[in-house]
Write a protein that binds this ligand. Sequence first.
Ligand SMILES: [Zn+2]
Length: 327
Amino acid sequence: MQEPPVPFPVADGITAIDTLMGGRARYTAAYLLDAAEPTLVETGPGTSVEPVAAALDKLGMTSDQLAHIVLTHIHLDHAGGVGQLSSRFPSATVWVHERGAPHLADPSRLIASTARVWGEREMRELFGPTLPVDQERVRSIHDADVIRMGDRELEVLDTPGHASHHVALVDSRTGAVFTGDALGIHVPDLPVLRPATPPPEFDLERYVDSIERIRNAARSILLFAHFGPLADVAATCDLAIRRVRDWAAVVETALTETEDPEELAARLEATALADIETGAEATLDLAMLEDRLRLLSSIKMNAQGLARYWKRRLEREDRESGAGRTS
Ligand SMILES: [Zn+2]
């Protein structure tokens, strides 16, 4: 069996844990905050429970010590393991946006919608089983809430766009921000920053506004769920905004000619490949990297999310101009 990756420090009292999602290294991170009340940010999916529990054990966390589990959102690659992990750490309170909270206690709709996007077999292989969390242990969070961990705090920033219930978290001690999927997916080995625009909730304006909120709140580094730290906040935020606008424009233009999902995905893929920084691809195992990108941020899924966004926006504008004519 492969040796589990060693957790690595990323800031004062913050340790990154590779969740080994679906057995793959450097895909998805969780973070342990060292505090009077130790806190885990993100859990990874059901396939990550053993690697994350092993990492917590290595970091000296006993089962009754972990005080909080905080989730940026409920997509399974971030939160699918929370049911099982919260049983192993029975003292931990689970924090999630109020719109996500009901789906932790009853994940059946979340599982069904994930199966629609990924297919049943791939969902199981990547994410594993998703078990419910005891409702008594779930606390709803809202914008500007503060999660207190004794000697440090996490401030909640509403950051919709990727999903309507997405939050980012600002660490009081370091000024680092846990960005979840708000800026997209960063693949450190390439490197590339790729937007994450899945259906059904992706919203361009909210996505851009959320990145601006994160830019204003960050006093040090950005901690991506996929994967790891990025130090240059301004450049990273600029790039994330430019990329998502480029992608949205590609799909908007394509929609004037076709609604075929395969064709939309093909057009977006050409843009996405051009985003990979020149030269990087020559030195890397492209098949492995494409597999990684596909799993984290499938082009087809992103194209569907963007197409759905443009259709909803057109419908809204039609309704509004219709209302203008009759009044
Ligand atoms: Zn997500």
